[in-house]
Write a protein that binds this ligand. Structure first.
Ligand SMILES: CC(C)(COP(=O)(O)OP(=O)(O)OC[C@H]1O[C@@H](n2cnc3c(N)ncnc32)[C@H](O)[C@@H]1OP(=O)(O)O)[C@@H](O)C(=O)NCCC(=O)NCCSC(=O)CCC(=O)O
Length: 519
């Protein structure tokens, strides 16, 4: 890179000075009005702070339940559940492929019994819960609703989110099971069923986070995410669903990196673009045009070297998310380049959000950076770059085809390669990694998950299979298979099955038998 020139993470050249001529025409847009560049609420955080929602889950349901109670006691405003890999790809803990993975990157869930334990002492009617679950999202949602029913909750008040975003699993994250077409059917079944059964549930969290983690630029992050969003909307429209109904419950999930102004511009541009896309697709209700999003600070920006420096990175990224108008935020623990966060690291991460919320003053007015020549210019430039990419995806026939042809994966990989080269050539400086390096021994205590978790889960499964009514289990699984074949909405059948204590693996297999697996 030429030393005289400066670029954002998306390769947009930054001038040394911006003037009113760069900012474009002032449209007089107010927060809370179309196209929502300035945020979705007129008063933003004065009306309500964003939801501080720390992503957590590890080991058994019992252990994770303790962490949730701890986080709630420390001031989190919503839960966010991390599941282990076997749960994410539809294997019970006793499956041979689960070996070595049970309870490792999240909590192990095999049946409704585990969910009952996971939320022990927590009233589902009073908390909003996000679940990072995709291919098996339909099963976890059924577990959650079954538990809400057992608790006697009013289902019209139950709120939360399932990630349920399979397209980015093929493109970037990897926990898919079934091929794209039947996966899209499951997702639209969920849209339809939720609107009637749990109308306040956010049915999907269309995620750019993992696309960015895989190495995309900021502009690619929103472009590929909004393209995936268009694919879901089109699939739902093809099923005959009403865009003004399902469109209101679509939500998004983005990453926040260190390049503060480009990140703020990215969030503003994404809102403006989505509102326009939804209007073009036929949404007339403003609530169906609003892009509501969760943010997680960038996992890939954390360094294993001098890990306490990560507290500063997370603070910058928190500012980017809040100045960008996020609805919900997870801040990473400083030790997460090394392991899952310890309780201490999780606490500091939450305190970072609280310091920004209560001490910095950035919540006192809506969209505080609006009107900055630089921010307005950058918002326009990120939008233009992202639009160009969306047009490329459209020309390939939309996201599903663009993923099947490998286009999206290749574009992300190219950006990741360029970034790596820039770091190696010291064109990008990472403090403690390629400059200001010290020879250190850091004795941070790490969270280790014991392999014995698997035997605990296996024993629980064995006991469950002895005590449940196995004839009923077989009958309900067979009904589910019939519904899958007939094209009926699968969700009522999945809920019935989980209430009989059919396991996650049994239900996932039932659909595997009908749909096959994607390789
Ligand atoms: C929509 C969001 C983004 C946020 O929902 P929330 O309920 O928290 O917030 P919200 O909708 O803004 O607010 C709740 C209610 O308050 C209202 N409200 C908000 N602000 C208001 C204001 N100023 N005035 C009046 N009302 C207001 C809203 O309209 C809403 O009511 P109504 O509903 O009545 O309108 C949701 O989808 C969400 O919580 N997502 C979290 C996803 C997540 O945690 N993901 C973790 C992924 S972790 C991961 O994937 C990482 C790594 C990996 O595993 O690979």
């Amino acid at each position: 890179m030429n030393n005289d020139k400066r670029y954002t993470d998306s390769g947009i050249e930054i001038k040394s000075l911006y003037t009113s001529a760069d900012a474009g025409k002032d449209t007089g847009e107010q927060p809370g009005t179309f196209p929502f560049t300035r945020g979705i609420q007129p008063d933003m955080y004065r009306g309500k702070l964003w939801t501080m929602r720390q992503y957590a889950g590890f080991s058994t349901a019992e252990e994770s339940n303790k962490r949730y109670h701890y986080l709630l006691s420390q001031g989190v405003m919503g839960l966010s559940v991390a599941f282990d890999l076997p749960t994410q790809i539809g294997y019970d803990s006793d499956h041979p492929l689960a070996e070595g993975e049970v309870g490792k990157v999240g909590v192990a869930i095999d049946s409704l019994e585990d969910i009952e334990m996971l939320f022990d002492g927590i009233k589902l009617e009073e908390v909003s819960t996000s679940m990072t679950i995709n291919a098996t999202g339909y099963i976890l949602l059924a577990f959650y609703v079954a538990l809400a029913k057992k608790q006697g909750a009013d289902l019209s008040k139950i709120t939360g989110t399932i990630q349920n975003d399979i397209l980015k699993e093929y493109a970037a994250r990897g926990t898919y099971i079934y091929p794209p077409k039947p996966s899209m059917r499951i997702i639209t079944d969920i849209f339809e069923w939720c609107s009637k059964t749990i109308p306040k549930w956010n049915t999907i969290s269309i995620s750019g986070y993992h696309i960015r983690e895989a190495g995309s630029t900021a502009a690619q992050e929103i472009a590929f995410t909004l393209s995936n969003g268009k694919a879901y909307v089109k699939a739902a429209l093809e099923k005959g669903l009403d865009i003004n109904v399902f469109g209101k419950r679509l939500s998004f999930f983005f990453n926040a990196h260190n390049n503060l102004f480009e990140e703020v511009a990215k969030f503003r541009a994404a809102r403006r673009m989505w509102a326009t896309i939804m209007k073009e697709l036929g949404a007339t209700d403003v609530k169906a045009q609003m892009l509501r999003f969760h943010t997680q600070t960038g996992g890939s920006t954390l360094t294993a070297q001098q890990p306490l420096n990560n507290v500063s990175r997370v603070t910058l990224q928190t500012l980017a998310a809040v100045l960008g108008g996020t609805q919900s935020l997870h801040t990473n623990g400083y030790d997460e380049a090394l392991s899952l966060p310890t309780e201490e690291a999780a606490k500091i991460a939450l305190r970072t959000q609280q310091i920004v919320a209560f001490e910095s003053g950035v919540t006192d007015t809506a969209d505080p950076l609006a009107g900055s020549y630089f921010i307005e210019a950058l918002t326009n430039e990120v939008e233009a770059k992202a639009l160009e990419i969306i047009n490329q995806v459209d020309a390939l026939g939309g996201s599903v085809s663009a993923i099947e042809s490998g286009f999206i994966q290749d574009e992300i990989a190219k950006s990741a390669y360029i970034y790596q080269q820039q770091v190696e050539r010291q064109e990008k400086i990472i403090v403690g990694v390629n400059r200001f390096v010290v020879d250190e021994k850091y004795n941070t205590p790490l969270l280790k998950i014991d392999d014995s978790i698997r035997s605990l889960q296996v024993e629980k499964l064995r006991a469950l299979k002895n005590k449940r009514n196995n004839q009923q289990v077989a009958a309900y699984l067979s009904r589910l298979s019939t519904a899958v074949k007939s094209g009926e909405n699968i969700m009522p059948f999945v809920v019935d099955a989980v209430e009989q204590y059919c396991t996650l693996g049994e239900i996932a297999d039932c659909l595997r038998n009908e749909f096959g697996e994607y390789r």
